[in-house]
Design a protein. Sequence first.
Length: 133
Amino acid sequence: MPYLEIISPALSSQQKEVAARTLTQAVVDSLSVTPESVTLYFMPVAHGDYVHAGISGMPEDRPRVFIKLHAYRRDVATRSECAMAVTQAFAEAYLPGEAEIAVYFMQRELEEVSHYGILSSNSGNESGASSAA
């Protein structure tokens, strides 16, 4: 943890490579975690699989991108810094200004997360947030 779900139009291999590098670094820098703790899930959405306001089809001129960031709870200033860093990192990979990017934080307390059947609050890592989230 943290995990990012990137829900967007399909990215080219080159775009994914840039996104993987820039998004990982943005999360590392803004949340003070290690690169080894960051996982990205690219979840492409086909044009016809997108509906907004009852209208089917992703806007061609300004596609919408939804990034869900799962991590341990952070303060507002840290979330704000992270949101900007993640938005800029994805824009660098996708082409700046060509997408509407929304970042949603799915935050959890240590006792709400389990890895390998062990709650993070019981893992012996008192800070939880610094090394694994």
